[in-house]
Design a protein. Structure first.
Length: 349
């Protein structure tokens, strides 16, 4: 079974005016901003690269400050914000207030959550406000889920997803609701079980993603046994609205030498729970890539800071030292900004 992949590189071309501005040497403010509302978390996921930070740093964004910065982002051209982590965003005491404020100032809002705090109390607010809701659930039954996520919240999360889907139908909401599962040798056999449960709930998709840090060069992911699991999962979804997807950015790391700059920076960055702004979402914990602090500076000051401009001048995918989650976007933009001289770009077709 061939899994459909989220192709993130195409999204930049939904904003041709930004691509044109970047090509003209301008510095367009990011379309998307990821925001870590808090480092508090009630899960202990085995795959969490930020686990050491959230275990010791309980930083939480000040509600008044982030509400003011959200309005500034919108005025500067941001279109969408993802509330994520860091820790678990729904544990912020003013989560609903911040989410609704972001929507009120004209931003599209997405949420990445472990789903444990959805519940009947929050389900309606979520589907009234969010463009999309994505729940991380690294297991298809309670046992495999607990081994990876460190808690017994499997049934609670599924109940919350069901409440969100029910509220969406009742309110005629267009919120896209999905689940992302990290596929590992320990949990891959449970994918069909999860697929069947999600199909019954009316969830829009199950995205099964490979572990990006394995050293087997995709051997497990492409093994016949793994492909057979996906076949069974697809059969479990037959006739339902739920789609089976994957994520493929991991396979493009061999192109790090190609883009001559980090173009993706002009389309996204991240605000961390302590107020620091990271040059890109993969720079959480890498202080050399912190370009400002929303507790001290406006978004305009941060974007125009010497620190930010200095990193822009030297950073490219092959020299920043971070795993490039945006390599698809960087490659696509490199091709658009600097076409092959043999291509004759004015002759299409």
């Amino acid at each position: 079974m061939e899994l459909r992949n989220f192709d993130f590189s195409r999204k930049v071309f939904y904003h041709p005016e930004r691509v044109a501005a970047h090509k003209a040497g301008e510095r367009p403010f990011p379309v998307t901003v990821e925001i870590d509302l808090t480092n508090r978390c009630n899960h202990r996921c085995a795959f969490c690269y930020y686990a050491e930070t959230v275990a010791t740093d309980r930083s939480t964004l000040d509600t008044g400050v982030i509400k003011a910065r959200l309005a500034e982002m919108r005025a500067l051209g941001t279109r969408g914000v993802s509330l994520t982590g860091g820790g678990e965003p729904m544990l912020h005491k003013d989560f609903v207030e911040i989410m609704e404020h972001a929507r009120a100032v004209g931003l599209d809002v997405g949420l990445i959550t472990n789903g444990s705090a959805i519940g009947e109390r929050n389900a309606e607010a979520l589907v009234r406000t969010l463009s999309w809701l994505r729940v991380s659930a690294a297991g298809g039954n309670a046992e495999s889920y607990r081994k990876v996520q460190g808690v017994d919240h499997f049934d609670r999360v599924l109940a919350g997803l069901g409440q969100a889907c029910e509220a969406r139908a009742r309110l005629n909401s267009s919120t896209n609701i999905g689940v992302r599962m990290l596929g590992t040798p320990d949990n891959i056999a449970t994918v069909p079980l999860l697929a069947a449960r999600l199909a019954a709930l009316g969830v829009d998709y199950l995205q099964v993603a490979p572990d990006q840090f394995t050293a087997d060069e995709g051997a497990f992911w492409n093994a016949p046994e793994t492909r057979a699991v996906f076949e069974r999962a697809g059969a479990a979804m037959a006739g339902a609205r739920t789609r089976l997807l994957t994520a493929g950015y991991v396979w493009h790391q061999d192109k790090l030498d190609y883009p001559r700059a980090c173009h993706a920076h002009f389309f996204q960055f991240a605000v961390l729970a302590d107020g620091h702004v990271a040059y890109c979402k993969n720079a959480r914990g890498a202080e050399a890539f912190y370009i400002g602090d929303i507790n001290q500076n406006t978004m305009t000051e941060i974007w125009n800071s010497e620190t930010n401009r200095g990193i822009e001048a030297w950073c490219r995918p092959n020299n920043c030292g971070l795993f490039c989650k945006h390599i698809q976007m960087n490659v696509a933009l490199e091709e658009a900004l600097y076409p092959d001289p043999d291509m004759s770009p004015n002759f299409v077709g």
